[in-house]
Design a protein around this ligand. Structure first.
Ligand code: NAG
Length: 336
């Protein structure tokens, strides 16, 4: 039975944020050769974070990750399929850095069957003005539109790094050379921003995701799950460890806000990528932290798919995991 992480990586930790603001670190190993998920918790790694003063409790041994959210009743991911989509980026294979996905808002969107691709066309680091493409109908393309997020690649609203999500009427991404998240409105073309909390938020390759080679400018990762928007990054104040902030778009005030922040003890540069599902952060390593060796079993069943994972994100509507694998666009089905 194929697991996503069997073929090319080991998923080592799941960080759980629950509604009582307690952070748990669990060890979860899904490696090749295993067809069960080892859910044994990492007792000594249980950490209480600064936000957790309100209540602390130990992890129940039967923790399932289920929450009361109506789309989160099934708990943690049990398995991930082989790729269900493999395509070459419309910009071509030479653009190895970027991200892609599908409209991530479930309700109230005009065109739910909308995919998007963001390739970083300039030195694989920055998005040039029209680097964001909006595609309706992936298999039989009905419409394709390019958007201009900023007038130049060094404009304050330009994209930095390979992470974005399309959520509702807007594309959310890390803004050029800043500690800010930008929200580009597809209807009005307006950009709103918010500065991430923390002392010394890393950007411009201070705390990128590193796999073997670090992925250029992957310091700030924007993700979305059933419960909303998230930013995953690292700060000097938290010693380069992952920090997770919840983002909220206030429609009335037309303001992008940060509502909560958690600090973890996972060093960001040791991680390949991370994504959120039902308030749980899934962190994975293409580097095997148990053996200290690169996991070189990146043999995805697609000819010449290269090793580089530029970005990974989860879509809470179709429950697929979207990966920009160098210039290839891949998607995998998660099962719960
Ligand atoms: C977001 O921030 C703005 C500006 O500071 C504020 O007016 C608004 O009430 C905030 N909204 C939420 C939902 O916190």
């Amino acid at each position: 039975m194929p697991f996503f992480f069997i073929s090319f990586t080991c998923l080592r930790y799941v960080l759980v944020f629950d509604d009582r603001w307690v952070n748990y670190v669990k060890k979860w190993t899904v490696c090749r050769g295993m067809d069960v998920i080892n859910m044994k918790m990492f007792k000594e790694k249980l950490r209480y974070l600064k936000n957790s003063a309100e209540s602390c409790r130990s992890i129940p041994s039967d923790f399932t990750g289920k929450s009361h959210h109506m789309y989160c009743l099934k708990g943690l991911i049990k398995s991930i399929s082989e790729p269900v989509v493999t395509k070459v980026s419309p910009y071509g294979k030479s653009y190895i850095s970027g991200s892609w996905g599908k409209q991530a808002q479930r309700d109230g969107v005009d065109q739910p069957d909308t995919y998007w691709v963001l390739s970083l066309l300039n030195s694989n680091i920055w998005g040039t003005p029209s680097a964001f493409t909006h595609i309706r109908g992936l298999h039989a393309v009905q419409e394709q539109r390019d958007f201009t997020l900023a007038p130049s690649q060094t404009h304050t609203n330009a994209v930095e790094g390979p992470s974005a999500v399309l959520y509702g009427d807007a594309l959310f991404y890390h803004c050029y050379r800043s500690a800010d998240i930008c929200r580009y409105d597809l209807k009005t073309n307006n950009v709103k921003r918010v500065t991430l909390p923390g002392t010394g938020v890393g950007f411009n390759n201070k705390f990128p995701y590193c796999y073997y080679d670090c992925r250029a400018n992957s310091d700030v990762d924007v993700e979305v799950d059933e419960t909303g928007l998230w930013a995953i990054y690292a700060t000097v104040g938290n010693h380069g460890n992952l920090v997770v902030s919840r983002l909220v778009w206030d429609d009335r005030a037309e303001s992008l806000n940060v509502s909560q922040t958690w600090e973890t003890r996972v060093f960001k540069k040791a991680v390949t990528s991370a994504f959120m599902v039902c308030g749980v952060m899934y962190v994975f390593y293409a580097f095997d932290t148990a053996t200290g060796r690169e996991d070189n079993t990146l043999a995805l069943p697609l000819e010449k798919v290269v090793k580089g994972v530029a970005s990974v994100s989860y879509n809470p509507v179709d429950k697929q995991i979207y990966m920009y694998n160098d210039g290839y666009l891949m998607a995998y089905q998660a099962s719960f």
